[in-house]
Write a protein that binds this ligand. Structure first.
Ligand SMILES: [Mg+2]
Length: 199
């Protein structure tokens, strides 16, 4: 079945759906850009410049600065706002009124992102859980163990890894994943919401 036809007929079951965080729920690249501006005076980088997932391969910036910014992101060493992706808050809060949710991140530890997510979903009756698995490769096994069938992800290489293990990846469009691929894809949270099946 061609991808456009598949997209029309396919639904995404809320009960067995899980999410990546950075680049899907959280606008982490936006935060990266704000960090290198505020702490390193680098003002020329735009999200559209980030055309591959590995930042040092697409940005003409000292690798030490990139590493410093990533460390700040992971440990919360910034006095800036991490914004949710457009529509993420609304859709996640809607899901959290019916089901608990699982987030699986390749971060080595949840750290400040757990507090951030708790604030995003404050007051929701069902709790969300974050598993920080440390590597992109570790995601599939953890998802399978948790009974997850579908996963929203912005890193295209991870989509291939998930697919090999029988998890259905849903690619969340970002400037760094604009290569052709065989997977379901959503342009944002509104499109994802339209695909959700609630039973
Ligand atoms: Mg991500």
């Amino acid at each position: 079945m061609s991808l456009p036809i598949r997209m029309q007929s396919e639904t995404v079951p809320v009960t067995t759906l899980a999410f990546d965080i950075d680049g899907v729920i959280a606008d982490t690249m936006g935060l990266f850009i704000d960090i290198i501006d505020k702490y390193h005076g680098i003002k020329h980088v735009r999200k559209e410049d980030i055309l591959v997932y590995q930042l040092d391969r697409c940005l003409d910036i000292d690798k030490q600065i990139i590493n410093d910014a990533i460390e700040r992101i992971l440990d919360g060493g910034y006095d800036l706002i991490l914004k949710p992706m457009n529509g993420a808050r609304k859709v996640l809060r809607k899901i959290c009124h019916f089901h608990s949710m699982l987030m699986v991140t390749a971060r080595p530890h949840a750290g400040p992102i757990k507090i951030w997510l708790d604030q995003l979903l404050a007051g929701c009756p069902y709790r969300s859980r974050i598993l920080a698995v440390g590597t992109h490769e570790a995601k599939a096994a953890v998802l399978k163990d948790a009974g997850i069938t579908h996963f929203v992800e912005d890193r295209l290489d991870t989509c291939y890894l998930l697919d090999q293990e029988g998890i259905v990846p849903i690619l969340f469009q970002q400037p760094w994943n604009r290569r052709s691929h065989p997977f379901m894809e959503v342009s944002g949270w509104n499109q994802l919401e339209a695909l959700l099946s609630w039973t």
